[in-house]
Design a protein around this ligand. Structure first.
Ligand code: CTP
Length: 392
C-alpha cells in the first residue's frame, strides 16, 4: 500500500492525528511522522513512534538531508492537523522547521487538513493563502463546522478521520475515470403494508457504498441512490435517499441521461402490496396480501441503453450462480453482471463472479466488501473503459 508522510502541527486536534496513524496502519499503509517543534508540547514523539512503528522526527538530528529524504520516500504528504500558521508558511514558501522545509522540497501530492479557530480560518489573509495553495494543486480537506474547544461555533474542526482516510485513498490512485459520471444504486427498497410494517430484504448497502467510494477514488463523479442501509455512508459523495422501488425508479430514470455508467447494486423489492393501509392493520385469524409487480428498473434502462454502460448484480442460489446471472445479463441488455451467491447479502464479506457480455469471466475471491468492490471496479475500468492497468 502507500508510503505516507504525516506532518503534524500544533493544534488541540493533534489527538486525532494519533487515531489517523493507527487507522492508516490498519489499512496497511506505511507511515512516518514529522512534528512541528511546538506540537511536541501537546504529544510526545514517543506516542507517534509507537503508533507508526517508525522513528518520528522533529528536527534534522544527524541527517542534514532529512527534509529531502523524507518527502522523496513518500507517495503522499499530509499535514493533519495543519495549524493556520503552518498553512500560511506552506502557502508563502517559508521553511523554518523540518516540517515546513519538507513541504518545500516535496514534489508529489500534498494534502492539508487545517484546524483552528473559525475567526482565524475566515480571515481574508488565510483565505487568500488557501486559494494560492489550491491553485498550486494542493488538496485542502476543509475543516468541519461545529462547536470548538474555544467555545466558538463555526468552521474550524479538523476533518473527521473517516474523511481524511477517504481522501488518502483517493490521492493514492490513478484517475482513469476523470470526467466520467457513475450512478450507483444501493441498499434495500421497502414496500409498506401499513404505517409500520413493510416487505424488504437483508441488504446492508455495504457493497454498494464500497463501490461508490472506489469509483470516486478512480476519479469518477459519483452519485448514489440509496434505499434502506445499515452501513456507514461513504464521505464526500452525494446520496439521494429513497424508500420504495417506485421512488428508486423515479430517481434513477431522472439521472439516466446524466450517467455514463449505471451500477445497479441495490436489492430491489420485486413486489409491493396492492394496497397500503394508512394506520396499523389489526390482527385477524388470517391475512392475505395481494402483491403487484414492481417495475424492473434495470430492464427499463436496458431497453433505451444507447452508449450508456449498464452493470447489474444478480442474486442467485449457488447451483444457478452462473446460469442465472448470464440470463439476466442477456435479458436486461447489460454490459456486465456480478453473480452474487445468497450468503453475500447482509454479510461483511463478498465472493462472486464478474461476467462480461463477451463471455469473459473473473473470479472475485472471498474478501471484505471494500477490497472486493475495488476488484470489481478495477475489472470494469479495465474492460469497459479500456484502462490498461491490472488490479493493484
Ligand atoms: N433490479 C431492478 N429492478 C427490479 C429488480 C431487480 O433494477 N425490480 C436489478 C437489481 O438491482 C440487480 C438486477 O436487476 O442489479 C438483478 O436483480 P435480482 O434481484 O438478482 O433479480 P431479478 O431480476 O429481480 O430476478 P429474480 O428475483 O427472479 O432472480
Amino acid at each position: 500500500m502507500g508510503r505516507i508522510l504525516l506532518g503534524v502541527s500544533s493544534s488541540i486536534a493533534i489527538y486525532k492525528a494519533c487515531e489517523l496513524v493507527r487507522e492508516l496502519r490498519k489499512r496497511e499503509h506505511e507511515v512516518r511522522v514529522v512534528l512541528s517543534p511546538f506540537s511536541e508540547k501537546f504529544i510526545s514523539r514517543l506516542t507517534f513512534e509507537a503508533l507508526s512503528g517508525n522513528k518520528t522526527f522533529v528536527d534534522w538530528e544527524d541527517d542534514p538531508l532529512l527534509h529531502i529524504n523524507l518527502p522523496r520516500w513518500s507517495d503522499l504528504f499530509i499535514i493533519a492537523p495543519c495549524s493556520i500558521n503552518t498553512l500560511s508558511k506552506v502557502a508563502l514558501g517559508i521553511g523554518d522547521n523540518l516540517l515546513t522545509t519538507c513541504a518545500l522540497s516535496h514534489r508529489g501530492t500534498l494534502m492539508l487538513a487545517p484546524a483552528g479557530n473559525p475567526e482565524m480560518y475566515k480571515n481574508p489573509a488565510i483565505q487568500e493563502n488557501l486559494r494560492r495553495l489550491r491553485e498550486r494543486g494542493v488538496l485542502i480537506v476543509e475543516p468541519e463546522e461545529g462547536k470548538l474547544l474555544c467555545e466558538e461555533e463555526g468552521q474550524g474542526r479538523l476533518a473527521s478521520t473517516e474523511r481524511l482516510l477517504d481522501w488518502v485513498e483517493y490521492s493514492l490512485r490513478p484517475k482513469p475515470l476523470m470526467g466520467k459520471r457513475v450512478l450507483i444504486t444501493v441498499g434495500a427498497t421497502r414496500e409498506f403494508i401499513d404505517r409500520v410494517r413493510f416487505i424488504s430484504n437483508l441488504s446492508s448497502g455495504l457493497m454498494g457504498f464500497s463501490l461508490a467510494r472506489v469509483f470516486r477514488w478512480y476519479g469518477a463523479d459519483v452519485r448514489v441512490v440509496a434505499g434502506f442501509t445499515t452501513s456507514q455512508e461513504p464521505p464526500n459523495i452525494e446520496i439521494i435517499r429513497v424508500v420504495s422501488t417506485q421512488e428508486m425508479r423515479e430517481k434513477v430514470i431522472g439521472l439516466k441521461d446524466w450517467a455514463d455508467l449505471v451500477v445497479m447494486n441495490s436489492a430491489v423489492a420485486d413486489y409491493r402490496p396492492a394496497k397500503t393501509y394508512s394506520g396499523k392493520l389489526k390482527k385477524e385469524k388470517r391475512l392475505t396480501l395481494e402483491l403487484i409487480k414492481n417495475p424492473d428498473i434495470l430492464e427499463e434502462l436496458g431497453k433505451e441503453k444507447g452508449n450508456k454502460i449498464l452493470v447489474g448484480f444478480a442474486l442467485e442460489e449457488e447451483e444457478k450462480l452462473l446460469s442465472g446471472a448470464e440470463k439476466k445479463l442477456k435479458e436486461k441488455n447489460l454490459d456486465a453482471v456480478v453473480a452474487n451467491p445468497l450468503q453475500s447479502m447482509g454479510s461483511n464479506f463478498y465472493r462472486g463472479r464478474l461476467i462480461f457480455k463477451d463471455g469473459q469471466h473473473f473470479e472475485i475471491e472471498e474478501d471484505d466488501k471494500l477490497k472486493a468492490a475495488e476488484r470489481v471496479a478495477s475489472f470494469l475500468i479495465e474492460k469497459l473503459f479500456k484502462y490498461p492497468q491490472k488490479y493493484r
